[in-house]
Write a protein that binds this ligand. Structure first.
Ligand SMILES: NC(=O)c1ccc[n+]([C@@H]2O[C@H](COP(=O)([O-])OP(=O)(O)OC[C@H]3O[C@@H](n4cnc5c(N)ncnc54)[C@H](O)[C@@H]3O)[C@@H](O)[C@H]2O)c1
Length: 460
């Protein structure tokens, strides 16, 4: 549920209502509205690329859905998943025989290689093991971000991939989202002159924060990763990609301000189901979010038919999503600022903000000849010389039907192409391209801990 900037607000934000009308018929409009330079139409593979999925949770199902839609391109032939409910559901959906259903990722690699690729969608702390084992056995990989939990682990995976000459795509799906591709295309075209700086903000939205980063899978650094890796490595990657430059220096500030014990309201209980005195008015009430509204249920295993209510209530009484947001074991930040200097003196700032009523990244790109303001759907491009502003809207120009603004299927499509043609150059996001954003995140975390500015490419 993204609440995006209205066009009026966007115009107000850049003063376009007074500076001049938003033009649809001009040289600038022609340039901005030209068809997107997507990669050439995919060549249908001679036979479907075959894949084994490690972790049949949310992301495992998202990528596998490509196989349902395009069975001549991708076929799921095996998987590992320890939760019986998810395992049964996935086996049914993809018709996987018993001998190709495994309980845990280790089991996949106890049998001889039986597919082209492994799709690694296990939790962050379980990327390194399956990635190394799969590369050892000669599989190509679609590997979820964050690559791994330390710079050393990331480097091990990259080095092994190079040594074994294997393809490793990292799921930086936003590079495939038409909105960000358009931003990149405009910057690369020189339409706004020389790039000077970028502001990027990720408003996580407060309920999303509570679900994923206070109660859920990414709440605790040791169990997953710092927020900058688990959530915002996308953003650091976008900044690298859009600037097309290396990052030289990075600094960061931020902390966990709100979701901790000292902020628990009087009368609150450890679980929302324990008779909490403020449950009715708490924005984070699990009874409200999951039970009464039946929202954010994607990580709960619930019956596919009939009334889900009793199963939800049972999970709130014992599972992670029933915990009070002030009494969880979370430690990841709820607000963080990162400042960066890229080559050629280009500066950038990034804000991750939990305390927002809206989601959807906002970006402002400043060039010597013009600027861009956007909110993941609408882009306004202004030219200083002609004083014209042109609007471009992602919905009007692209297929956004898969997740991440159309990015999820865009990535799988190119991955299939890259594997079937054994050509990693067909990918926009490889392990090589993802290493620098991960290094930036590790360095930014050091900078946040030490109160220093770090040189990014000084690697110990
Ligand atoms: N690219 C993106 O935009 C994006 C978005 C969300 C999540 N992610 C990343 O994707 C990964 C998966 O996230 P998710 O939302 O699908 O989580 P999830 O919890 O829904 O799925 C992970 C699955 O792995 C299973 N699993 C746990 N231990 C296992 C083991 N030993 N062997 C095999 N499977 C095991 C879990 O039971 C679960 O079903 C994470 O690394 C996450 O950070 C990326």
């Amino acid at each position: 549920m993204q609440r995006l900037w209205s066009r009026r607000n966007l115009l107000k934000a850049i003063g376009a209502t007074t500076a001049g009308a938003v033009l649809s018929d001009s040289a600038l409009a022609g340039l901005i509205n030209r068809p997107m330079e997507f990669p050439p139409q995919p060549m249908p593979p001679n036979k479907p690329v075959t894949a084994i999925v490690a972790g049949a949770g949310a992301r495992g199902n998202t990528y596998s859905a490509y196989a349902q839609k395009f069975p001549s391109e991708l076929q799921i032939v095996g998987f590992a998943e320890p939760i019986p409910f998810r395992s049964d559901r996935f086996a049914r959906k993809y018709n996987i025989p018993r001998e190709r259903r495994f309980k845990t990722w280790e089991d996949i690699f106890k049998v001889p290689k039986f597919a082209d690729t492994v799709i690694i969608t296990t939790p962050d702390a379980l990327h390194y093991g399956p990635a190394m084992a799969a590369l050892e056995m000669g599989y190509d990989l679609l590997l979820e971000k964050a690559i791994a939990q330390s710079w050393k682990e990331c480097s091990d995976i990259k080095n092994l991939a190079l040594e074994r000459n294997r393809i490793v795509a990292i799921c930086h799906v936003l590079r495939y989202a038409p909105f960000f591709r358009k931003v990149k295309e405009i910057v690369d075209s020189g339409t706004i002159g020389r790039l000077v700086s970028i502001q990027l903000i990720e408003p996580v939205e407060h309920i999303h924060m509570s679900h994923s980063f206070v109660r859920g899978n990414w709440r605790n650094t040791k169990e997953s990763n710092p927020m900058l890796l688990s959530k915002s490595c996308h953003d650091l990657d976008l900044l690298l990609w859009i600037t097309g430059k290396h990052c030289e220096r990075i600094g960061s500030l931020g902390s966990l301000t709100w979701f901790k014990k000292e902020n628990a309201p009087p009368g609150s209980t450890k679980r929302c189901t324990d008779g909490c005195a403020v449950e009715a008015t708490c924005p984070y009430s699990a009874l409200k979010i999951y039970y009464r509204r039946q929202s954010w249920l994607g990580h709960m295993d619930l019956p596919e038919e009939g009334d889900k209510g009793p199963a939800i209530l049972a999970q709130l009484k014992t599972g992670p999503y029933g915990r009070c947001v002030y009494h969880s074991d979370n430690d990841v930040v709820d607000h963080q600022v990162v400042m960066m200097e890229f080559e050629d003196g280009i500066t950038a700032s990034f804000n991750m903000e939990a305390h927002t009523s809206y989601a959807g990244r906002r970006i402002r790109v400043m060039g010597t000849g013009g600027d861009i303001v956007g909110d993941e759907q609408d882009l306004l491009v202004s030219d200083f010389q002609t004083e014209q502003t042109v609007r471009w809207n992602a919905n009007e120009h692209a297929d956004l039907s898969s997740g991440h603004g159309g990015g999820d299927f865009g990535l799988v499509r190119d991955f299939v192409q890259a594997v079937s043609q054994q050509n990693p150059k067909l990918l926009l996001t490889t392990i090589e391209s993802a290493m620098e954003s991960h290094l930036m995140a590790f360095k930014a975390e050091e900078a946040r801990a030490n109160g220093t500015l770090k040189r990014v490419r000084d690697v110990d």
